[in-house]
Design a protein around this ligand. Structure first.
Ligand code: AMP
Length: 477
């Protein structure tokens, strides 16, 4: 999963890029990078947070009227500078690109690019695959008189070849600025503008929050399979290049997007409250009677408040969080994950003691967080602990850019809620039902593959095996 930002038409784009990236830090903390264009590409990238890579955020060495920025959260393997984005190439002429998502047919594409297009990629990073596929399709056009239709045809050819999820933004040197999404629109990409006395600035980002900070006006989310091209005269062109059934990632609402972002016209915080209220209907049927609801800070707050409201019982803050501990979930080993979870959360003893507690988290993947928390709450004197997952049971790996590990490690793909309750030591485990979640999105076709195993792009057993093997290989270093 990653956060991306592209800005076109600003006199000095770098400060705004780094500012926007900081507001998307939650989408990736492994590496950060930016490229600007002013006749030449200038690239700066490094491992770690935006502040580590860009220091004071001024990025003195980046200049240009357009630029791209990226924060990365590696889906497989450990963070590596080779895989940090953006990427720039000089073939068939200057192209730079960033993307958010996951390419699935990487082996097929790598072979195609090598054997048919004679391009040997120095990295197997997804964006390199998309960029080289795009570049090789562009090569067949009349580059001297490149038209907008040529660019959209090239996007369509790229979308037909590249399977998976991707929202991409690119600079086409001296021609313009391009954004496009995969045919199913799995990953978010939102477009904004800002009027200045020198003309309109256009921007594209994974989330709207950065536009609030920048003072840009949000225009809309891109449609599945859509491309938007802004030419050098700041004229905006759009085309649905290659569209299939929409399958927007519902996990963006559950976990990934920031609560103050608006995705497809819906505020993420309000979506989580809605899910919490829906969860109350399932919870009530269990006959359990908690004294109050607490959340696993911070991502579960809105679910917990919706659930408490739905149940008509209080919400309390029952856990303190150390804000300076990194993300436990993406640590490479189970021991390290357990240690980080331990350091991260601490119960508020007086609140917990002698109470029956409903504790809400956004999801249960391996069960590491849940198991540790139940132990902590019981040790602090909780009478009963009901562990509640705001998402339905995660049973299948995400192949579209959200790190959910491999099937073997995903607890709900092997055990039912009662067995999970026994494993984590809870008095009950309650999940949102998949049907209930779907009912909340009747008017927005979403991807539920991690719950149902129905992958919108279709995946053969062979491809699934290839993806799992690559992940296992990456884990083993
Ligand atoms: P686990 O401890 O393995 O059961 O994972 C569940 C915890 O990890 C929850 O607290 C989630 O907030 C968090 N989480 C779930 N999915 C992800 C993800 N893709 N990346 C990072 N954290 C996640």
């Amino acid at each position: 999963m990653c956060g991306i930002i592209g800005i076109f038409g600003h006199d000095d784009v770098a400060p705004e890029l780094t500012f926007a990236l900081t507001s998307m830090q939650h989408r990736g903390q492994d590496s950060a990078g930016a490229v600007t264009f002013n006749g030449n590409f200038r690239v700066k990238k490094g491992l770690g947070h935006v502040s580590t890579v860009f220091g004071d955020g001024v990025a003195h060495d980046l200049h240009g009227h357009c630029g791209l920025g990226h924060v990365r959260y590696s889906t497989i393997g450990s963070p590596n500078l080779l895989n940090a984005q953006p990427f720039a190439v000089h073939y068939p002429f200057g192209l730079a690109m960033i993307h958010n998502g996951n390419v699935n047919n990487f082996v097929e594409l790598r072979n195609y690019l090598y054997e048919e297009r004679h391009r040997l990629l120095e990295t197997s990073n997804d964006v390199a695959l998309i960029l080289y596929t795009f570049a090789s399709e562009l090569e067949s056009k009349d580059l001297k008189y490149l038209t907008v239709d040529d660019i959209f045809d090239t996007v369509e050819a790229t979308q037909r070849r590249v399977k998976g999820a991707y929202s991409a933004v690119a600079i086409i040197a001296n021609r313009g600025f391009l954004a496009f999404t995969d045919p199913n629109g799995i990953r978010p990409l939102v477009m904004a503008r800002h009027y200045t006395d020198k003309g309109i600035i256009y921007a594209f980002a994974s989330e709207t929050t950065c536009f609030d900070y920048l003072g840009y006006e949000v225009m809309r989310d891109l449609e599945p399979g859509e491309a938007v091209f802004i030419d050098e005269n700041r004229q905006l062109h759009t085309r649905i290049c290659h569209q299939e059934k929409q399958a927007f990632c519902v996990f963006e609402y559950i976990y990934f997007s920031r609560e103050d972002s608006t995705v497809h016209g819906r505020l993420v915080a309000s979506e989580r409250v809605r899910m919490g209220k829906k969860l109350a209907e399932t919870f009530r049927r269990t006959g359990l009677e908690p004294d109050f609801v607490i959340d696993v800070p911070n991502s579960a707050y809105f679910f917990a408040s919706g659930l408490a409201e739905g149940l008509g019982i209080p919400y309390r803050r029952g856990l303190a969080k150390n804000a300076f501990i990194g993300r436990s979930f993406i640590s490479p080993t189970q021991e390290k994950r357990e240690l980080l979870v331990k350091q991260k959360l601490n119960p508020l003893g007086d609140v917990i003691r002698g109470k029956k507690i409903a504790v809400v988290d956004d999801s249960i993947v391996r069960g590491t967080t849940a198991k540790h928390l139940v132990r902590l709450l019981k040790r602090s004197g909780a009478k009963e602990v009901y562990f509640i997952s705001a998402s339905p049971p995660i049973k299948y790996p995400c192949i579209y850019g959200i790190d959910m590990s491999i099937k073997e490690e995903i607890i709900a793909s092997h055990y039912d809620p009662d067995e999970i309750a026994r494993y984590i030591g809870a008095d009950a485990v309650v999940y949102q039902s998949l049907d209930d979640l779907r009912s909340l999105y009747a008017d927005l076709p979403c991807c539920y593959a991690c719950f149902s195993g129905e992958y919108p792009t279709g995946v053969s057993d062979e491809l699934m095996q290839q993806i799992e093997e690559e992940r296992i290989g990456a884990k083993q270093g």
